[in-house]
Design a protein around this ligand. Structure first.
Ligand SMILES: Nc1ncnc2c1ncn2[C@@H]1O[C@H](COP(=O)(O)OP(=O)(O)OP(=O)(O)O)[C@@H](O)[C@H]1O
Ligand code: SF4
Ligand SMILES: [Mg+2]
Length: 352
């Protein structure tokens, strides 16, 4: 587990919503079907500080990638705001947007399709400097070599090679070097190791860990695998159907999960070794979709503690002890109804 000082807030999402309109073409209009909306993000509040890795977990389709992409303005939010170093970036355009795009980078999971096979590694890492017209060609070369060194690819050995000559882990390091070369303050890593062999995952994770500490980067680390998140993150945010349902220090969320959904996720970890490859977690129960979100608590259809109030009223993110927040009535109006023994079991993460 990580243990170091964190800096100032770099990125903040405030009531962030990203909705996608679905269908709605000519055929839908002729048949009188109303257009549908997928509420991929439906009111997310998070912040990430300098030197911090925030882990973002949750089942497939809960909105993790949409959040990562909205934070770097690859998606336009439907409502709410993204603040970068204190200033809103939601409506910026022109040179301000260009500067923000240099400062906020994103790395995707597939190191095979993300690198141009016709360019050398040196040219690939140089591309962002070229696009942003940074420095002389000597200065750029020095920057490229520095970025390759940061990801532990000795420049003399790798600068002139092609992606086809590299392993998956090495390619992902090139993708990280390319993201680093513009000296960003914020990097979104969307499942950066999920396509890599278990044997090389640890190397990539330890580079991300080192970079956030040494360069003071704010990192959003997205993963379906809550165990690898525990390995490199400072805090964890758990998403369910477009909303954060639990947030807290990694140690607490892993050891004493507060929300019944997080408790299910942790219980589904089959092995204590965080670097064993795992399939996507599938939990039992009827999963609602972001097209048709139920009123009240979104987890109600799968929760064994459900009460009528859960179906009627969506809980806020409530203080649940141990510096954790949970979007669950068990930490609010339902707390008084639980007998002491059950309350202790739930809050210590023992039961679901
Ligand atoms: N461009 C889009 N147009 C329409 N719907 C979208 C679009 N992008 C995402 N969605 C929908 O939004 C929801 C959230 O998708 P998202 O990709 O953010 O999930 P995720 O948590 O990253 O899932 P995974 O773990 O599978 O990567 C899904 O229901 C998805 O179908
Ligand atoms: S609010 Fe109710 S249904 Fe939702 S997680 Fe808490 S106890 Fe379960
Ligand atoms: Mg995704």
């Amino acid at each position: 587990m990580r243990n170091h000082e964190l800096g100032a807030t770099v990125v903040e999402a405030v009531g962030l919503k990203t909705h996608f309109k679905l269908g709605g073409g000519v055929i839908a209009a002729l048949s009188g079907q109303p257009a549908k909306t997928a509420k991929a993000l439906d009111g997310v509040d998070i912040e990430i500080r300098s030197g911090e890795v925030l882990g973002l977990v949750g089942e497939s389709g809960c909105g993790k990638s949409t959040l990562g992409m909205t934070l770097v303005r690859m998606h336009e939010p439907t409502a709410g705001d993204v603040k970068f170093k204190g200033a809103s970036i939601t409506n910026i355009t022109g040179s301000k947007l260009k500067d923000f795009r240099a400062d906020a980078q994103i790395i995707f999971q597939d190191p095979y399709s993300s690198l141009n096979p016709r360019l050398t590694i040196g040219e690939i890492v140089n591309e962002p400097l070229h696009i942003h017209r940074k420095g002389t060609s000597e200065a750029r070369r020095a920057k490229v070599r520095e970025a390759l060194s940061h990801v532990r690819l000795p420049p003399d050995e790798f600068e002139h090679r092609y992606p086809a000559d590299l392993s998956g882990g090495q390619r992902q390091r090139v993708a990280i070097a390319r993201a680093l070369v513009l000296d960003p303050d914020f990097i979104v890593c969307d499942e950066p190791v999920s396509m890599l062999d278990v044997s090389v995952q640890a190397g990539v994770l330890s580079i991300l860990d080192e970079l956030s500490r040494d360069l003071g980067l704010a990192v959003l680390y997205i993963s379906h695998d809550i165990a690898t998140v525990g390995y490199i993150c400072d805090r964890i945010a758990v998403m369910y159907l477009g909303r954060v349902v639990e947030q807290g220090p990694v140690r607490e969320v892993m050891r004493r999960p507060k929300h019944p959904y997080t408790q299910n996720l942790i219980r589904a970890i089959p092995n204590s070794d965080p670097l064993i490859r795992r399939d996507r977690v599938t939990l039992e129960g009827d999963v609602p979709t972001p097209i048709n979100t139920p009123p009240g608590c979104r987890f109600a259809s799968r929760c064994r503690h459900v009460e009528q109030i859960c179906r009627d009223q969506e809980p806020d993110l409530l203080s649940a002890g141990d510096q954790s927040l949970a979007r669950c009535h068990l930490y609010g109006v339902l707390a008084a109804k639980l007998d002491t023994e059950l309350r202790l079991k739930i809050t210590s993460g023992e039961t679901t």
